[in-house]
Design a protein around this ligand. Structure first.
Ligand code: ZN
Length: 153
């Protein structure tokens, strides 16, 4: 399915009501970007109070897998705004358990089960763009960006 910014905003609003009791504020920016390493990404700039959720346009999402990735990023967003680290640790797992119990939705920590679109499938075997490697190796350890899924690992 085609991922657009209005669609992401619509899903954010619906899932916020359904899963998070309407507690989350819409991110400052909701964006769609070509990313093959990550299905989704949450960025929180504390100084500027800016939050961004980015969803990849390279994955072959279904409505269900798109919602799953959006919920995954929304958990990170909630934790970041509460001042917690946006990792996949116990706090993240506890929230996944709650969502499964209350809504029957399984939230994965990595997006291995979501296929890339046909035209991006060979990227892994051929070449990962240099900028993606730079982003991953330099920025991820600093936790400037959070990556939902990484294909290098
Ligand atoms: Zn994550």
């Amino acid at each position: 399915m085609e991922i657009t910014e209005p669609l992401l905003k619509e899903r954010f609003r619906a899932l916020n009501q359904e899963i998070f009791d309407g507690q989350l504020r819409m991110p400052t920016k909701m964006s769609v970007r070509k990313m093959t390493l990550a299905a989704g990404q949450t960025n929180y700039n504390k100084k500027r109070m800016r939050t961004t959720i980015t969803i990849s346009s390279c994955f072959d999402f279904t409505p269900a897998t798109l919602d799953e990735v959006m919920i995954h990023e929304m958990i990170h967003l909630a934790h970041a705004l509460q001042g917690h680290r946006t990792s996949h640790g116990w706090r993240f797992k506890a929230e996944c358990r709650r969502i499964y119990k209350e809504h029957g939705i399984v939230i994965h920590r990595i997006a291995k089960h979501i296929p890339l679109k046909e035209q991006y499938k060979n990227i892994k075997k051929t070449k990962i763009p240099l900028y993606e490697k730079v982003i991953y190796y330099l920025l991820y350890p600093l936790r400037i960006f959070h990556f939902f899924f990484d294909r290098i690992l």
